[in-house]
Write a protein that binds this ligand. Structure first.
Ligand SMILES: CC(C)(COP(=O)(O)OP(=O)(O)OC[C@H]1O[C@@H](n2cnc3c(N)ncnc32)[C@H](O)[C@@H]1OP(=O)(O)O)[C@@H](O)C(=O)NCCC(=O)NCCS
Length: 158
C-alpha cells in the first residue's frame, strides 16, 4: 500500500538517494534542491508539503506539493491554489503502478485543503514528458495553454 509520509531524521538520507534515470533528469529538479525550495517557499509566505512516498515500508518516491507560490515566474493561479511541484518515482520502482497510486493519495491529500480552500491544482511539466502528461490526464489535468520556464501548465479542478 502506498502512503505519504513526512521527512524525518530517519528517512531523509534515503529520500535524497531516490533518483530518476539519466534521461529523465531533464524533467525534474533533484530532491535535494526541492527541499531547498521548500525552505524558500516557507520563508516567503507559501506552504510547502514535501513527502517521502512509501510502498509498504519501502521508500520509492518523493513528492513536493505547495500552496501559495509567489515571487517566482509563475502562472496567475499559483497564489491561491495547490501545485504538484515535483513528483518522482525512483528509477528502480517505475512502471509498477506506484505513480498512479501516489497520484490518488496526493489528490486525496490536496482535497483536505491543508493550507486553505482552493479551486484548482496545477502542475508544471516538460512537454516532452509524455508519460507524465498521460498520467496527469488520467486524474483530470489538462493543459491550460500557459508556458513558464519552458514548462507547460496542466490544471485540474478540485
Ligand atoms: C512519470 C512517473 C511519475 C510515472 O510513474 P510510474 O510509477 O512509472 O507510473 P505507473 O507505473 O503508475 O504508470 C502510470 C501510467 O503511465 C504509463 N507510463 C509509465 N511510464 C511510462 C513510460 N516510460 N512510457 C509510457 N507510458 C508510461 C503507464 O503505462 C501507466 O498508464 P496506464 O495506467 O494507462 O497503464 C515516473 O516515470 C517518473 O518518476 N518519471 C521521472 C520523473 C518525472 O518525469 N516526473 C514528472 C515530472 S512532471
Amino acid at each position: 500500500m502506498i502512503t505519504l509520509r513526512t521527512i524525518t531524521l530517519e528517512n531523509r538520507r534515503a529520500m535524497f538517494n531516490l533518483e530518476v534515470s539519466d534521461d529523465q533528469k531533464r524533467f525534474v529538479a533533484s530532491n535535494l534542491s526541492s527541499v531547498a525550495s521548500c525552505h524558500v517557499l516557507a520563508t516567503n509566505g507559501g506552504h510547502p508539503f514535501p513527502f517521502v512516498i512509501y510502498e509498504n515500508e519501502q521508500r520509492v518516491s518523493f513528492v513536493m506539493l505547495a500552496y501559495g507560490i509567489t515571487g517566482y515566474d509563475e502562472p496567475s493561479l499559483a497564489k491561491d491554489n495547490y501545485c504538484i511541484m515535483l513528483l518522482m518515482i525512483d528509477k528502480h520502482h517505475q512502471n509498477k503502478g506506484y505513480g498512479k497510486e501516489a497520484m490518488h493519495k496526493i489528490m486525496e491529500f490536496i482535497r483536505t485543503y491543508p493550507a486553505g480552500l482552493a479551486q484548482y491544482c496545477w502542475i508544471p511539466y516538460s512537454p516532452e514528458n509524455t508519460s507524465a502528461k498521460k498520467l496527469y490526464e488520467t486524474f483530470g489535468f489538462r493543459d491550460n495553454g500557459e508556458v513558464f520556464n519552458e514548462e507547460s501548465i496542466m490544471v485540474a479542478e478540485l
